[in-house]
Design a protein around this ligand. Sequence first.
Ligand code: ADP
Ligand code: ADP
Length: 233
Amino acid sequence: VLAASLRDLQKDYYLSSETVRALRGVSFDVPEGDYISIMGPSGSGKSTLLNLLGCLDRPTGGSFLLGDEDVAHMSDDKLAETRANRIGFIFQSYNLLQALTVVENIEVPLYYSGDLTPESRQRCIDLATKVGLEDRLDHRPAQLSGGQQQRVAIARSLVNDPRFILADEPTGNLDTATTQEILGILAELNAQGRTIVMVTHEPEVAEQTGRTILMRDGRIQSDERNMAFSGVS
Ligand code: ADP
Ligand code: ADP
């Protein structure tokens, strides 16, 4: 079963002075349960690719199937609904709301999906507990370490129980030990069968995933299984 399938995917950005060809024909399949890292120099199209995978944007050419649904031709509403219900997002800078507590931050996606209920509060507390923040439920982001903030973001990404998780340099602001903690949590989510695609600049991080796609100038330069990867894939 494929979580996603991309064929000759293209993305142009139309500026007043020029057209930027950010993706110039990208093709690959993402089998369900895959754990992929995307690497490549700055400007090679990694963020653009992640934004398309996350249904934050539409391609300008080629095809992109998420499950068996054609994302390129989805309406804006359907795109937003797909994003809210099927995909979890994790960012380098955590993207937490400073005025909200840990539990309230984890609840945020439920506003978008319309699933905020009296019962959902307990689910958010359970998720906070799962990522080791049971003693921090009422803390605000500024009172937490970077690793703890990223744990909040991971719990938030899971609140709608998505099968597909996208992470944009999730360990980019973390030290080595904290990076390993976060990678441990991601490996566990992958072992539960969730599909993960992560952009990273760090080879030591990429080699702990199941597959590395290397981008260059809007194209895939290489796409290889990491033979040392021992996780479920
Ligand atoms: P990476 O994530 O690998 O650094 P990006 O996907 O951010 O690469 O960028 C790929 C190319 O697209 C770059 O030339 C970048 O300047 C351009 N680009 C990215 N986003 C936009 C945008 N919103 N508008 C115009 N150009 C963009
Ligand atoms: P980075 O830290 O790699 O720069 P950003 O914080 O710029 O990543 O996030 C990428 C884009 O995704 C931004 O335009 C941001 O507004 C958008 N975004 C973040 N979270 C969500 C979400 N849950 N749903 C939809 N869009 C989101």
